[in-house]
Design a binder for this molecule. Sequence first.
Ligand code: B12
Length: 474
Amino acid sequence: MRSRIIHLINPKTDSLTTRPVYLNRALYSPLAGLLAVAACIPRDRYEVVLTDENIEPIDFDLKADLVGISAMTAYVNRGYEIADRFRAQGTPVVMGGVHPSFMPQEALRHADAVVIGEVELVIDRLLDDLEDGAMRGTYRADRLHPMVGLAMPRYDLLKPHRYVNRTFVQTSRGCHQGCTFCAEPLMNGLKFRYRPVDEVIREMENCGSRVVSINDADFFGTPDRPKDVMRALKGRGIQWQAGVTSKLAQDDAMLELAAQSGCTMMSIGFESISRSTLTSVHKHVNRPETFAALVEKLHSYGIMVFGLFMFGFDGDDLSVFDETVEFNIDANYDACAYSVLTPYPGTLTWYEMKKANRMVSYDWTMYDQGHVVYQPAQMSGDQLRLGHARAYENFYAAPSMTQRFPWSGKRHRAQWAIYNLFMRKAAKTDKIESIAAPTAEPDLAPMPPILPVKREWRAAVLEAAGGGPGPHMG
Ligand code: B12
């Protein structure tokens, strides 16, 4: 008898982080969500097939008992196309991930079922319903996962030699920052939920790679737990990088442990060099006057800095692009990613833009942080697009790369070169259609899986949802 098959699919998107650039490799695999889904599917009942459409075509003829599609906003429209095609063939479809979690009713127009938020506590019910022919509607856990006993993501399903960074390991979920443009606290809560250190280490030791990316929203969110992880990592020969916030990344005790335990790079959401802009988006943890010293300090420990910046904030005028890039070059940032501010559905930035009637496009494919979908405050969409493209051009220009190259010191020169060459090539965009054309407003309002705590944000969510049924958590 044919074993039952679940086909998990990550739709294609045009992201410079996940599209193949050199040697048919992408800088990152975007599959942490689906590998976690696959991890909790019983192997004795189902065979799992995984397709990342960024690197390979989808086999629409593969006979499956269920198709599972993961989606961020930037590629949910492609996800809907794929869902429609499989359902037309009679194959049941379930969707999950950030966007379907924030807009479940929209996703249910294309899928039989939607998992809102974390899958681990609802997968059994979902599969039982599937076997009973009753899988439909939304599936949502009645509490956040305690992060203990999480199954090992199915790293064995990853195609070999297709990603520079193939392995993401989570040590926590949630984030207490509450930045207005970010979806994390609305998806995973404002409290950090930590995994037991021994479970984290076991996963790192068995993930099939000695190079690991920690995909916490903020690995340095609180002082003690990351220290426990780093102490346990010491002497294991694992090379790691992580996303952290700037505050504890200046702490010598943290950095010493990081360097001793194999850390080669930290991605930091600096967002802006303007203090008032950072205050306006509630990223109070960042202090621009400390940024240059922070980069220098990490370099003294042999750790590279991947700076994440955003353009298009209300406080940004036309000088922001050159000022930011000059600062990044003078401070010797190892790599930078520049995003166009994107009002993701359900974030406070979304409600603020809507309230001010500054939304232009609701074409989700444009929500990839490389297109302008709203009316900026102090510049035209065209000026924002051109400034964004020029920032990449100047930061990854040969003179800048020569100046910033770690000619001396302990930083990982090969990794430095890979990031700069990949980003330089992948960022060559400058396309006029980066200005998203106006579209009609969708007839459905987003509903964040977890209600924001901030009163004005909470009120905006419920008002936009027409006072309808809110999420049950928070
Ligand atoms: C690490 C990370 C990345 C990694 C890849 C992560 C990955 N998914 O493999 C990299 C660096 C590649 C990346 C790239 C991008 N990212 Co990113 N990323 C994150 C981060 C920090 C953690 C995501 C993660 O790994 N979670 C761990 C997994 C286990 O959780 P999960 O995906 O939610 O999956 C769970 C559930 O959602 C559910 N589930 C998920 N999929 C499915 C599918 C089915 C069928 C089912 C049943 C359940 C299910 O089950 C899982 C387990 O419970 C988040 C959050 C944050 N705080 O910033 C941003 C975040 C997801 N990224 C974001 C964005 C915008 C991007 C980019 C578009 C940026 C860009 N300019 O290119 C690209 C897109 C790349 C792509 N997908 O091709 C946004 C998405 C917002 C939105 N509404 O879409 C976030 C929320 C950041 C933010 N601040 O808002 N990212």
